[in-house]
Ligand binder design. Structure first.
Ligand code: GUN
Ligand code: ZN
Length: 438
């Protein structure tokens, strides 16, 4: 039976959110927790999911079942904003956004004109995602097309669903990091033709941010998006006060920062704007009206001192939001750690972040922010079989805390407060274990 080769079965405790929601208060009713569940995947997709007692009868003869009785299995984490070339510069000291870019980021990114270097870091980066239970990410490369090739090649080797693109940047950066309006267009177009929809790979048109693109380049980016409406747009928005003032100086004819992107046709249901810490009311309305999404990057916002993202506002304004690490401004690849920081960002604003809402943002909500909720984010039959096996008691301290957990909600909350890569027991991509902790 040849289909057996691509069939896997996993038994254990499963936790997910069954449906996307419009309001946070609706999440609780969508929580699905199976104490003893079974997931059968075939050719990368979930063919059966439910209670072990029932599902055991559907197991193909001779199929080995991977059993995780002590762990917790959740959908793979989705990172809606990350820069792979910045992996090596995490933890760069002392600066806020614009100085940080000039001092650390641009010199680092110049190295990616070398394809061998790009490959080395792309391979490392994909391993790091797997080690941290992240199964899909929306990724910035550098201005160099070879950096995109390196990343998609590394992702393809793991069968991982990644969205990525070449940076567009034709001013206010070192010469070795700039393209032109024309090459931004032609290089991106060639990369779209090469990679978008190839295997699980998807492409994102990636202007770095409004200050580093001329109006001519943004025009070209909009033209490309019009030609390929199915590809993503991925950029930064309203992260830092000096950045926002700079955009207003550079584009006085526009109503504000987001209006720059909107004017050039770069908003929409496949547009993801990282940060959005300091949006004006009209900008929230524009994001809602255009069905654009935000990537909330708490560890980065704290590290660069950018500000406190008003997560609650995404529910009030009905704007899609996912969770991002924003490596290398973020301080961990691990989305449990991002949720830890997200909780504190909420606390500093007098709000909470309930554990199941946290799970939603890291999984199904992230999938929705990427318009991939029909394929990713939970264990519904027909979805792609990307999931992560979480160790609950990776340290003595965690074991002590978990022994006091009051409920599965409390178990997951404690995991997000105390957990990190030590808690990732295994990461499954398209039904196959691609990482297993030693
Ligand atoms: N804004 C423009 N470029 C970047 C970047 O590389 N990182 C972050 N955090 N913000 C940016
Ligand atoms: Zn970023």
């Amino acid at each position: 039976m040849s289909s057996l080769i691509a069939t896997t079965a996993v038994r254990g405790r499963f936790l997910d959110i069954q449906n996307t929601v419009a309001q946070a208060r609706e999440i609780h009713d969508q929580v699905r927790y199976l104490e003893d569940g079974l997931l059968i995947s075939e050719n990368g997709q979930i063919r059966w999911f439910g209670h072990w007692e029932e599902g055991q009868h559907y197991l193909p003869d001779g199929l080995e079942v991977s059993h995780y009785p002590e762990q917790l299995i959740v959908p793979g984490f989705i990172d809606t904003h990350i820069h792979f070339p910045q992996t090596e510069m995490m933890g760069a000291y002392g600066e806020q956004l614009l100085e940080w870019l000039n001092t650390y980021t641009f010199p680092t990114e110049i190295q990616f004109q070398n394809p061998a270097y790009a490959k080395k870091i792309a391979d490392f980066f994909v391993q790091e995602l797997l080690k941290n239970g992240t199964t899909t990410a929306l990724v910035f490369c550098t201005v160099h097309p070879q950096s995109v090739d390196a990343l998609f090649e590394a992702a393809t080797a793991q069968n991982m669903r990644l969205i990525a693109g070449k940076v567009l940047m034709d001013r206010y950066a070192p010469e070795a990091l700039t393209d032109t309006a024309e090459t931004a267009y032609t290089d991106s177009k060639a990369l779209i033709e090469k990679w978008h929809g190839q295997g699980r790979n998807l492409y994102a048109i990636t202007p770095r941010f409004a200050p580093t693109s001329t109006p001519e380049q943004l025009e070209k980016a909009g033209q490309l998006k019009a030609e390929y409406p199915d590809v993503y747009v991925h950029t930064h928005l309203s992260e830092n006060h000096n950045e926002i003032a700079w955009v207003k100086d550079l584009f006085p004819e526009r109503e504000g920062y987001l209006d720059v992107y909107h004017h050039y046709g770069l908003t929409g249901s496949k547009s993801v704007f990282a940060h959005c810490v300091h949006l004006e009311e009209s900008e929230w309305d524009c994001l809602h009206q255009t069905d654009s999404a935000i990537a909330f990057c708490p560890s980065s916002n704290l590290f660069l001192g950018s500000g406190l993202f008003p997560l609650k506002k995404t529910w009030d304004k009905e704007v899609k939001v996912g969770l991002g690490t924003d490596i290398g401004a973020g301080t961990s690849f691990n989305q449990l750690q991002s949720l830890n920081e997200a909780y504190k960002v909420q606390q500093l604003q007098g709000e909470q972040l309930p554990a199941f809402e946290a799970l939603y943002h890291a999984t199904l909500g992230g999938a929705k922010a990427l318009s991939l909720e029909d394929r990713l984010g939970n264990f519904n039959i027909g979805k792609e079989a990307d999931f992560v096996v979480l160790e609950l008691n990776a340290t003595a301290l965690q074991a002590l805390r978990q022994s006091k957990a009051q409920s599965i909600e409390d178990t997951f909350f404690a995991l997000t407060m105390l957990g990190d890569d030590r808690n990732i027991a295994a990461t499954y991509i398209y039904g196959q274990a691609r990482y297993v902790k030693a």
